[in-house]
Design a protein around this ligand. Structure first.
Ligand code: ATP
Ligand code: MG
Length: 174
């Protein structure tokens, strides 16, 4: 899977609609402290259906919505769109939107889908929200300190088999 484009609106510090092209090869994001570099990575995780506020450095899920500044009013929604191409070259358009008091909604190529549908797509492609491809601050120390079961989960994400557990739990509960 290749990520091609990211669109953000009202997400954390990205209050105005912003679009970033992701070119093939290595992408670097540079800028002064606090300019939103980590927020960008969190947007990528979030649109892949990250459900833990902690890994978004937030208290609650709605904290990703632009909270306002002394000169700008807060927003009442946040939206992130990720355009990708899957391994068969098919376009993949994933949208996640959260509104205050209304929770998250997901769309895949314009159709309403569940969070689970989105996380399975990325887990199968081994690029999911918990993928070792996203190395955040403190992650290396975490890998070293991790219990063996946690380390196994990281390896399973990397191998692209994490989605199988979800499917097995699903099958067993039917
Ligand atoms: P560093 O170089 O220090 O790692 P960074 O470029 O990674 O900085 P981020 O952590 O991405 O910076 O951005 C932090 C900024 O985002 C802070 O100014 C913070 O106020 C702002 N921010 C985070 N959440 C929100 C929100 N919900 N509403 C408005 N601003 C927010
Ligand atoms: Mg940072």
């Amino acid at each position: 899977m290749e990520f091609r484009k990211l669109r953000l609106s009202g997400f954390k510090s990205f209050v105005e609609p912003s679009e970033l092209r992701i070119e093939p090869g290595l992408t670097g994001v540079v800028g002064p402290n606090g300019c939103g570099k980590s927020n960008l990575l969190e947007a990528i995780r979030w649109v892949m259906a990250e459900s833990s506020p902690k890994s978004m450095r937030s208290g609650g899920m709605e904290d990703v919505i632009f909270a306002g500044t002394s000169t700008r009013p807060p927003r009442d929604f946040a939206e992130v769109v990720l355009h990708a191409k899957d391994d068969d070259g098919e376009d993949l358009d994933v949208t996640r939107r959260i509104e205050r008091g209304a929770g998250s909604a997901y769309r895949l190529n314009g159709r309403d889908v569940r969070a689970k549908d989105i996380s399975l797509i990325f887990a199968d492609a081994a690029t999911g929200a918990h993928s070792p491809a996203l190395v955040s601050q403190g992650k290396i120390a975490q890998v070293i300190a991790a219990k063996s079961t946690e380390r196994r989960m990281m390896l399973e994400e990397a191998a692209g088999i994490a989605g199988l557990h979800v499917r097995r739990r699903d099958a067993e509960s039917k």
